[in-house]
Structure formats: C-alpha cells, structure tokens
Write a protein that binds this ligand. Sequence first.
Ligand code: RIB
Ligand code: CA
Length: 324
Amino acid sequence: MPTDPQRPTPIPVIIDCDTGIDDALALLLAVRHPRLDLRAVTCVAGNTDVDGVVRNTLTVLEQAGAPGIPVARGAERPLIEAVRTARHVHGHDGMGDLGLPAPARTPVDTDAVSLLRREILASPRPVTLIPTAPATNIALLLRTHPEVTRNIERIVFMGGAVATGNATPVAEFNVWHDPEAAAILLTAGVPITMYGLDVFERVVVPGADVRRLRASTDPGTRLAGALLTHRGPATDEADPGGGLGDAGAVCAVIDPAGLTTHRLPVEVVLSPGPARGQTLVDRRARPGESELHGDAREQPLVDVALEVDVERYVALYLDAVEGI
Ligand code: RIB
Ligand code: CA
C-alpha cells in the first residue's frame, strides 16, 4: 500500500511503564499522537506496586479513549533489590491520589514478557520500545527471548543521568531501582537512546497551559491537566507549571530532531555503596591513564540525550493531547 508522504506510516511502539503520574502523561501522548501505533503496554513495579501499576495503566487508557490496547502484568520486584517505591512523589496509589475510577477492564491473561515477545515478533515493522520504568521486564525479555532483537528498531528509555541523580546524588530512580536490569538493557545489541534526567527535568508545561488542560471537557485532556498540576517542578516559582517527565521520551520517538544526543560509552555502577545505580557516561575525548595502564573496559555505546528543545516538545504534547 503506497504511503502518503504527508502521513507516514505510524511507528509501532510498546511502552513498559510503572504508572506513575508521568508514565500516565506518556501513555496519553502515545495513544493520541498520529505518528505512533501503540501496540501494547507492559507493567512493572517501580513508582508503586505492580498491581497498582496495572490498575493505573488500565484506567489511563480508558480515560484516553483507548481501552482496547493490551496491558500485561510483569515483574513485581527487581532482579536483585527489593521493591522501593516512589509513593512520596506519585502518591499512595501511584497516580497522585486523584481518586480516579477503577478500570472496567482487566489485564491480558499472559505475563508482560510473553506479551512483549508476541507483539514484537508479530509486528510487520520493527518495534520501538519505550521503557519509562525500572528495566526488570526488559531484562527478563532479553534473557528469555533474545531473538526479539531482530525486530526491535530502537530502545528509547527514560533512565539514568549524566550529571545529577534523584534517587541518590548520582543515580536516577529507574536505574537505581534495578541496576542489573539497566545494565542488561544497555547491552541489548540494538540502537539505544538514553533519555536521562539531564533533559527529563527540563521539559515543563507552563502553568497557563496546565490550567487550560484542566478546564477541558475531554476526560483524557482533563486528566493530563490534573497530572501536570501534581508534577510541579521542584522550584519556588509562583506558577511552576508541570513537568512532562516520561512523556518526553515519547516525544523523542515522535520527533527525534528535538533532542541532541551524543553516542557515548555508558556503564551502570553495580557495586554496593553510594554510587550503585549511577550511569557512568564517558564524555572524555580520549582514553585516560586508567586505560593506558591496562584498565580498558569496553562499554556499550548509547545515544545519550544532552540537550532538548523544550518549547518544541511542549507544543508537540499539547497539540496531540488537546487535539488542536
Ligand atoms: O526518575 C524518574 C523516573 O522514575 C520516571 O520514570 C518516574 O515515573 C519514575 O519511574
Ligand atoms: Ca516511570
């Protein structure tokens, strides 16, 4: 079927999430943007417990008018660590305790890894994976069914940080929550984009736009406004607006030109101690004495996001979610 150059064929994507206020913002965008074909959503413990993530994900998809997208329950804890939720950020229910209705649907009767494998291998075009959570499901998929990499276009994951962490001074929550899984993701052997805190924290929707979303008659748009209100950036500004968070990684799939990336070696610190879960991004122009004295270590090369066009991604988000 000839494709219309004005309307390119939508990109098949799967989101692996820990819904989560900003995961919900990401799902709303993925459902509503014409450039994407959201094939499935898989759930993992992170911001809240995995059953809460499943419940929240089903609710968001229903509010967004996309109740038919398959949702599967995945890992209920990291590969090694215990569950360490972020309820202090996302509320007890993981969705800002907004009092949303329980979902009418239930998840599919297969687990997340099986749904990921089925949907990736069944896709007529290579799939882009968008993990916005601890990478436990993705690691289990890669170790259980490595053949899926033949039909993965790219993994664009929200995680890590070049500079400053949030879970610890140096580690970002998704990687810190399951460092071993993140290390496995980085060695998947497919193109990888790291959408880390360095850009994640910058994409903020202005307060006036948030209030307009909250006043919408459309349930999905109104939900986006309520979620953004809950995600005011850490600032003492009078009208802080709301951070897009994970939704920025979806923007990066829709419009990669809005992101500036550099292909750099990235290593996850796995050793116990204050640096565990840090993503060590090697930005040096040449090897140092360490390598010259025999400690050369091959690390996976990752397209690391260093700059983002904030206005471009905010406009992309608002146009898609409000349908204007
Ligand atoms: O560090 C931010 C990440 O951790 C986001 O994905 C947020 O939803 C939480 O999962
Ligand atoms: Ca998340």
